[in-house]
Design a binder for this molecule. Sequence first.
Ligand SMILES: Nc1nc2c(c(=O)[nH]1)N[C@H]1C(S)=C(S)[C@@H](COP(=O)(O)O)O[C@H]1N2
Ligand SMILES: [Mo]
Length: 438
Amino acid sequence: MSDKQRGIHELYADDPEAADDIVWGRKTDPVTRRGFLTKGGLVAMSAAVGASIPFAHLMPGGLIPAALAQSGQPFKLPGKEGLIILNDRPVNAETPAHLLDDEITPGKHLFVRNNGTPPATDNVDPDAWQLEIGGESAANPMTFTVAELKERFEHHTYQLQLECGGNGRSEFVPPASGNQWSVGAVGCPEWTGVRLRDVLEHAGIKDDAVYVAYYGADTHASGDPAKVPISRGVPMHKALEDEALIAWAMNGEDIPHMNGYPLRLVIAGWPGSVAGKWLRKIVVRNVVHDGPKMTGTSYRVPCTAVAPGSVVPDDEMCIIESMPVKSLVTFPKSGIEHALGEKLALRGHAWAGDNAVDKMHVSIDFGATWQEANLKAPRNRHAWQRWTTEVEFPQVGYYEVWARATDDAGRSQPMVLPGWNPKGYLNNACHRIAVQVV
Ligand SMILES: Nc1nc2c(c(=O)[nH]1)N[C@H]1C(S)=C(S)[C@@H](COP(=O)(O)O)O[C@H]1N2
Ligand SMILES: [Mo]
């Protein structure tokens, strides 16, 4: 796994043909070294360079289009726009804060966090896709097609926020291994599906049930078919809440392939890792689920604060549940120039795991004074909340706008990095942007 952000050159430097496959789905002919673009790959590359490519069939495999190589612009994953690729195998990509400005995150701007290799697009047939319900605490194990789920259970639509537990990891000192997310492993699209609760109750939940977990159709990065890349879960009370969905649609359309097509769990407010993509199987467990990435330092943090760099005994590590209060400045983009004497309009989103956000403040003087911003109610529980305000600058120069949310339990975001933990989870320090007043 790479330690820093990967630009297109670095990605191609390692293994240009693998990079080609990841970015465009382009395969290289072993004899002629010509690249073969799939139709979708050609569309993606054309969109990225800004025009159709008449001689695409003559382009060598592994070649970075000069339009991208020279502009240094972030390159494109099919179906995604403006994302920054942090790792190529598996693909992980985050969204720059200013591209998260929409109230409802469009599919092209939703981050991608893969622990293994997604099922190949050609192998996903939504009509044949089956979801199995099992586990020792499911009274009547059963299987549903997507069509059966849609027919048998009531449909629900909620705007639900997903945030990777490691969002913000890049700031930890000493550094934590894993994808070096800055602030963009978060998004809040609108999801449509059936309630996990309705499906589980249909299958029958035994009295001894304590946990619900998932298995997806992705495969382990090692290629070993016996290994599962990730299988996580939540306690019953979280699995049975109204907003926990088995979803087939995002923003009224099919879920993007990289985000779990054709079926995924959406369980909001907890680390995104509980929201299983390419959903194949749900298990009702009579123990706390023990699948890959449930144990050790994965999605677990010291139960009480430890000194940075400590080795924490296993029995002093606790599974992350609700994510902490956090916010983003999504407008303007960091680094803008702004004219002295004009008010600067600011806006962003704030969220607080299972809680709601109660207050939002901004500062232009490195946190010495704070001004309260307007804050909207969420569309529904577990949706992020829009905040807006205006600030005025006293003279020309370099400023930072800092944003700080407070949840309904009175907890605020810290200004600096919160509690260190071995894998760098739960960094909810204030987001800041640079403004040059001229
Ligand atoms: N099957 C499967 N589900 C998964 C993952 C995965 O690798 N495989 N990654 C998880 C993690 S760690 C996160 S943060 C979210 C990310 O969802 P997204 O890629 O749609 O943004 O999916 C979760 N569900
Ligand atoms: Mo994650």
